[in-house]
Design a protein. Structure first.
Length: 403
């Protein structure tokens, strides 16, 4: 490694919502911070970019940014679908807001930089030396850190460095998405199709310059996602041959049991913090990025950066708790045994709709939702269920026995 070393209290790898939140919060706590991203912003990131009410709360708390009509399309109009058939159309109890990650992530990163984070865009990390707490960049520069925060997304190189792999190929989700060139206005209809794929769903979100149409599901479930995407696009009125379809991994319930090691912390998708039922990850990314910065500050203040993970773990237990509950409840939404009941509730149950939007708005937790779900359903979701599709659960058990 070269001799010219820059030292920071915190180095953040990845400048998505988790990384920018970590950097912004670290600056608020008076720490010196460098934020590194291989991309130069504004950069494209595949995402429905429905920023939930919970996401807006995190964005306000961490970045001081309010929801606004310049950057978001607002609508409360929702349709629930079932394999192309519209089950119900209604007005949601809260505003739903849709944006583009190209814009959102750039704004968040600019906030972190304006707050004094040193900006390393267009730079990759070549090597991490845990013992020396240093890393070498593709530019040849060497950065020393007190605490390192890996906020480098679902394929996290930091997670690979720590654990040998960023995710389990059976449990990760995979999604296809496209921007259909249909500009939308406020109060345009959004739709979710709960049976266009197995163990996942499809979405058609209105945006100012397009409709974002996509579907995602657990990758380990045997189905031809590409063919399903083509079919879904046709059902949604888009020509699969005329649009550019891209694919990306999305964590769906397989968060890291230990999100880091010593002075290295993982936040956002790098740790697997995405709701396995709704696919929402933006709020968790900002929340856990900020928590990682808080943990770093506390460990550094105690003069013990290597204890950062011990400080971080209890701070993010509420996220793990939520994801565990969501994973159990998705059995109800996605398993074929309960599909009739789920379809019937989607169509007729005001309580379930209210619960879904309360959750997205950050007005309810999965604990609250579980209390509201009827005894009839709870009786059917046995505690012995794993939260994974049954064939995949069998495979995972066999894999576990071998490993
Ligand atoms: C198709 C799809 C649709 C989605 N829709 C929604 C939605 O509507 N609402 C919602 O809330 N969530 C949605 N999600 C989830 C959401 O996109 C993620 O949870 C969110 O992006 C997580 O943010 P993050 O900062 O952890 O990671 P990311 O946003 O992935 O940011 C990681 C950053 O790390 C950088 N990076 C990676 N490797 C390196 C490296 N070696 N060196 C330096 N930098 C690196 C990347 O360039 C990137 O900028 C969706 C996901 C997908 C795939």
């Amino acid at each position: 490694m070269s001799d010219a070393v820059k030292s920071y209290d915190v180095v953040v790898i990845g400048a998505g919502p988790a990384g920018s939140a970590a950097a912004r919060q670290a600056r608020r706590l008076g720490l010196s911070v460098a934020v590194i991203d291989k991309a130069v912003f504004p950069r494209v990131k595949l995402c429905g970019a429905l920023l939930s009410g919970r996401g807006h709360k995190a964005m306000k708390r961490v970045f001081g940014l309010e929801p606004d009509h310049e950057h978001f399309l607002y609508s409360r109009q929702v349709a629930f679908k079932w394999d192309g058939e519209e089950l119900v159309r209604f007005t949601a109890p809260y505003d739903l807001t849709y944006t583009y990650r190209l814009d959102l992530d750039h704004r968040l990163l600019n906030e972190a930089i304006a707050a004094g984070a040193d900006d390393f865009q267009g730079v990759r990390v070549q090597r991490i030396d845990d013992a020396a707490r240093r890393l070498e960049l593709s530019t040849g520069e060497v950065l020393a850190y007190g605490v390192l925060i890996g906020a480098d997304g679902a394929a996290s190189p930091v997670a690979r460095h720590l654990f040998g792999a960023a995710f389990d190929d059976d449990k990760i989700g995979f999604a296809f998405e496209t921007e259909a060139p249909v500009p939308c206005e406020d109060e345009a209809l959004m739709s979710i199709d709960f049976r266009i794929v197995h163990w996942g769903y499809g979405w058609n979100f209105p945006k100012k310059q397009s409709q974002t149409i996509g579907l995602g599901a657990i990758k380990g479930v045997d189905q031809d996602l590409k063919a399903r995407m083509a079919r879904y696009l046709k059902l949604e009125g888009a020509d699969p041959d005329a649009v550019k379809i891209k694919g990306a991994h999305i964590p769906l319930g397989d968060y890291k049991p230990v999100p880091g090691r010593g002075a290295i912390l993982l936040a956002g998708d790098a740790a697997g913090y995405v709701d396995p039922l709704t696919g929402e990850g933006l709020a968790y990314a900002m929340e856990t990025g900020a928590e990682a910065a808080e943990a770093a500050a506390e460990a550094l203040k105690a003069g013990a950066p290597e204890t950062a993970l011990d400080v971080y773990r209890p701070r993010i237990r509420y996220v793990e708790h939520e994801l565990d509950k969501a994973k159990r409840l998705r059995q109800y939404a996605f398993s074929s045994t309960l599909s009739g009941l789920f379809r019937e509730k989607l169509t007729h149950s005001q309580t379930m709709r209210q619960a879904f939007f309360d959750l997205l708005h950050g007005e309810a937790t999965y604990d609250d939702i579980e209390k509201r779900v009827s005894k009839e359903i709870l009786a059917k979701i046995s505690r012995t269920m794993t939260g994974w599709p049954s064939r995949l659960a069998g495979k995972l058990r066999r894999k576990g026995a071998r490993g």
